[in-house]
Design a protein around this ligand. Structure first.
Ligand code: NAP
Ligand code: ZN
Length: 356
């Protein structure tokens, strides 16, 4: 049996402290585990919520990061899918029960016993608290590692593992394809992936943003239009225009301005704010037979399908590469929606001295 791996990461010591270097160990490999050297890690708004304990259930020290790309450096004796040297990716889950009806349907994100989060979960065997990808190494059972298709640019792949699958999954669930009319609320990390993916599926895509500032970007990303959600006249004109709206807004907000935009039987899928919303009126729901739904990430099979789709269509996020020691500035900018459109940490900089 291998030994635990001594590693370094960046952790928040409390909800109010900045992320700082943190030394810890990854478990010794179990027979079906792989160990990877983390090469790149995306910065999701969830990492920020988690570090700030916005949802009230963070345990500190907390190492965020669930958009992970790396290279296999060791495999357990029963590992079949991967070899040392392979490039692999890990998203928001590292385990699930594997025997409930949802796991059997490849919907591990909906595991009846709860999936094990890449961070903020508890290992199913040791009950150790899981720590995420802002770290040099990661150990994961092989079933929860994804194969990176040939040709995908490794420097830009990490955000697909959360922002990509979280928007791909509802697009597939609601059968988006040529002719679908899709709206995307909030042009950030998730929003810009929703635009690229929906447009890659042939949909007519409209971004709903608070201002017109991101108009040129929205069109360049593949959207057909941008609707300013604070412009009441423009919103009124857009009534009944959408089959599906994906809402990525990360804070409490009001759905009432958006509901009339849905056509009969249209659905607004919440993927952003986890927690309360401003009071929604049932009037547009009942009178227009409209729906509100929610959606968490996606299963492993669907995540692999999404990676293969992105490789085939050459869909990749727009990223800003940062050094590990720039993470606290990146969080501050993310909070102000000042990122175009995903920060990715170059993990090779983890032990590197700061640039002068
Ligand atoms: P992000 O990059 O910060 O993007 C969020 C976008 O929402 C912003 O770019 C902004 O777009 C808009 N926005 C921000 N503050 C707003 C406000 N006060 N009112 C209205 N709109 C606002 O965040 P992200 O990484 O895409 O994550 C978005 C949310 O999804 C987070 O809450 C995250 O926790 C959640 N999430 C959920 C899942 C899931 O499984 N369901 C997975 C990953 C992330 P405009 O400037 O265009 O208005
Ligand atoms: Zn995420």
């Amino acid at each position: 049996m291998s030994n635990p791996i001594k590693t370094t990461g960046y952790a928040a010591a409390s909800a109010t402290s900045p992320l700082a270097p943190f030394h810890f160990e990854r478990r010794a490999l179990r027979p079906n585990d792989i160990a990877m050297e983390v090469l790149y890690c995306g910065v999701c708004h969830t990492d920020l919520h988690w570090s700030h304990n916005d949802w009230g259930w963070t345990i500190f020290p907390a190492v965020p990061g669930h958009e992970i790309v790396g290279r296999v450096i060791e495999v357990g004796p029963e590992v079949k899918r991967y070899q040392v040297g392979d490039h692999v990716a890990v998203g928001c889950m590292v385990d699930s029960c594997q025997h409930c009806d949802q796991c059997k349907k490849d919907e591990e994100q909906l595991c009846r016993e709860g999936n094990t989060g890449t961070y903020g979960g508890f290992d199913r065997f040791t009950k150790e608290y899981t720590l995420g990808g802002y770290s040099k190494h990661l150990v994961v059972r092989e079933e929860f590692a994804l194969r990176i298709p040939d040709g995908l640019d490794l420097t830009r792949t990490a955000p697909l593992l959360c922002a990509g699958i979280t928007t791909y999954s509802p697009l597939r669930t609601w059968n988006v394809g040529p002719g679908s009319r899709v709206g995307v609320i909030g042009l950030g990390g998730l929003g810009h992936m929703a635009v690229k993916l929906a447009s890659g599926m042939g949909a007519h895509v409209t971004v709903l943003s608070r201002t017109a500032n991101k108009m040129a970007d929205a069109l360049a990303l593949g959207a057909d239009a941008l609707l300013v959600s604070t412009d009441e006249e423009a919103m009124a004109k857009a009534a009944n225009r959408f089959d599906l709206i994906i809402d990525t807004v990360p804070v409490k907000h009001d759905l009432n301005p958006y509901m009339p935009l849905l056509d009969v039987d249209g659905t607004l899928v919440l993927v952003g704010q986890v927690g309360p919303l401003a009071e929604p009126s049932t009037v547009p729901l009942i009178l227009g037979r409209r729906r509100i739904a929610g959606s968490p990430i996606g299963g492993i099979r669907e995540t692999q399908e999404m990676l293969d789709f992105c490789a085939k269509k050459n869909i990749l996020p727009d990223i800003e590469m940062i050094r590990m020691d720039q993470i606290n500035d990146a969080f501050a900018r993310l909070e102000k929606a000042d990122v175009r459109y995903r920060f990715v940490i170059d993990m090779a900089t983890l032990n590197a001295p700061a640039a002068a």
